[in-house]
Design a binder for this molecule. Structure first.
Ligand code: ATP
Length: 529
């Protein structure tokens, strides 16, 4: 497995994404719009395949049949809730009051940074000299700051000569002698200011303050506010989960790193409701299974890690002593560090409690568990009412797609395309391609027959490509860049001996198999048998 940090350049990956129609800048013909990305034909299918894989393994066949901590099957039901909800939902959840990132502006360069992403350096032991700020996890920014400090000190400095601290630890006086990451002048950074990340809109025509609503910053709250509906209208019983996928919007201060930090993105979230006594076991179960899932979908190497949070990182809703962990991927732009793909959090009963206690919700959300409580005279439990604890595995679909693109990108100077995309067959946007060697002599008709056969069998899983034009080498090269696992070629021999050539994407090896075995060959390759 390759180390993306050393062998792959983000510029190369982005240029392939554009060239082959995976991802485009949104509103490109108008100069783009910062923090928004559109998916092209291959990207849309890749994203759908990842979302479908999640849906299949969470909703249709939870955890691929793996039993929960007590040996019972895992139970999950889906919902699909609105992007705009009553604004009180976001008051109760804490987003109106607390969904703030501290933000710093540079008066000189007009750049805006998240305060918690800025770090500062000064020469060791020197309290009076200038301080230089740089952007965390950005080597170029770090090197530039070190160079500027060296120039100011009139000597060559290395990492060992400096002290580093978060910008948020600086006093006002220290901020006044700080040079911003891209600035030349001293003291141009503002103090960190809170900034609400929710996009506002107005409901109805009058657009007064009373009509303000918000685009959801996470899909999770749509689940919590429907907890009672789901319990009352279906046959679920705790422990069970509710899952949904959908768009979320955050007015990120500094959208960057391609789709990694966007202002519009898609989440795949599960809220898993369980009794507080069982929450730690369910937390460990979900944490481990979600890690395994990302590995099975093609991120199986040292670029993927599971990181338990330190105590001081815990979010406001996390229970004292309860676990929170991130599944992180080493993207080319975070290397040697990692960026979050999915967070698994033990949220206690924070959200249900907040919605139950909001003065305007007026709804008891407690669950009556008839399997618990003291035993009645008839020997049956009397039941226990409680607000369940929640384990939340919350994944970013766009970040998942980006990690898969980075992992799949495989430079190969020997090939005409110089690169191929080594997608796991389950997510590959094109599942197979059928080519007539030349566009005559009965070959196009035979290719069309095989193409139709494969479309009927596998077309619901992804595209089956066919293309009669150009040299066969060029057609293979195009499929390598698209990450198509298998190409079948119909040639003169096909018409006489009933065999076709199959070319394997990863090895570029070719062999002949009977025409009649192609469907079985693809089924096996896609892991369907
Ligand atoms: P970060 O610390 O990177 O801002 P977060 O901890 O705020 O992320 P969560 O609120 O836990 O993220 O959201 C769950 C998932 O949603 C994340 O793991 C990530 O995959 C995805 N996500 C969050 N913010 C963005 C964004 N701006 N762009 C793309 N995906 C995002």
């Amino acid at each position: 497995m390759s180390d993306v940090s050393t062998t792959k350049s983000m510029d190369d990956i982005m240029s392939l994404c554009k060239r082959r129609g995976f991802i485009y800048q949104a509103s490109e013909i108008y100069g783009g719009v910062n923090g928004f990305w559109d998916y092209g034909p291959l990207g849309a299918q890749l994203k759908k395949n990842l979302r479908d894989a999640w849906w299949q393994d969470i909703v249709m066949n939870p955890c691929q049949g793996k039993p929960g901590p007590k040996g019972d099957p895992v139970s999950i039901v889906p919902v699909d809730t609105c992007i705009i909800q009553n604004p009180k939902v976001w008051e109760a959840s804490g987003h109106v009051g607390g969904f703030n990132d501290p933000m710093v502006d540079c008066r000189e360069t007009k750049s805006r940074y998240r305060a918690d992403h800025l770090f500062c350096m000064g020469e060791k032991g020197d309290k009076s000299g200038q301080i230089y700020a740089f952007v965390e996890n950005n080597d170029a920014s770090f090197d530039a700051a070190l160079k500027k400090l060296g120039k100011y000190k009139k000597k060559e400095l290395t990492k060992d000569d400096i002290d580093i601290c978060p910008l948020t630890d600086l006093s006002v006086d220290e901020l006044a002698i700080t040079v911003g990451p891209d600035a030349k002048e001293v003291g141009t950074l503002t103090e960190p200011r809170a900034f609400n990340l929710m996009f506002k809109t107005y409901l109805g025509a009058t657009a007064t303050e009373d009509d303000i609503a918000y685009l959801r910053p996470e899909t999770a709250q749509g689940i919590f506010i429907n907890f009672k509906n789901v319990v009352d209208t279906t046959r679920v019983s705790v422990p069970f989960g509710i899952a949904q996928t959908g768009k979320a919007f955050r007015n990120e201060v500094t959208p960057r790193n391609f789709t990694f930090r966007s202002r519009e993105f898609e989440q795949m979230e599960i809220e898993f409701f369980c009794h507080a006594e069982e929450a730690n076991d369910w937390y460990a179960f979900w944490r481990d299974w979600r890690m395994q899932w990302w590995q099975e979908i093609g991120l199986a190497g040292e670029n993927l890690i599971l990181r338990e949070h330190d105590k001081d990182e815990l979010a406001h809703y996390a229970k004292e002593g309860a676990g929170t962990s991130d599944i992180e991927y080493r993207f080319p732009f975070t290397a040697p560090g990692y960026g979050e793909l999915e967070g698994i959090a033990h949220r206690s009963n924070y959200d249900l409690n907040a919605h139950q206690n909001h003065p305007d919700s007026n709804t008891k959300l407690e669950y009556l568990d008839t399997t618990r409580g003291e035993l009645a005279k008839n020997g049956q439990p009397k039941g226990e009412r409680y607000l369940p604890d929640v384990i939340e595995p919350s994944a970013g679909l766009d970040r998942g797609v980006l990690a898969i693109l980075c992992e799949a990108y495989t430079p190969d100077p020997e090939r005409p395309s110089k690169v191929f995309m080594k997608f796991h067959p389950r997510v590959a946007p094109i599942k197979a391609a059928v080519f007539p060697l030349v566009n005559k002599d009965g070959m196009p008709e035979k290719a069309a027959e095989l193409h139709q056969l494969l479309v009927k069998k596998f077309g619901h899983l992804g595209k089956i490509e066919t293309d009669p034009k150009q040299s066969i080498g060029k057609r293979y090269a195009r499929m390598d860049e698209a990450g198509c696992p298998f190409c079948f070629t119909i040639d003169g021999d096909t018409l006489t001996d009933g065999t076709v050539t199959v070319r394997d994407r990863d090895t570029a090896e070719q062999k002949r198999i009977p025409f009649d075995d192609v469907v079985q060959f693809v089924a096996t390759g896609l892991g369907l048998t």
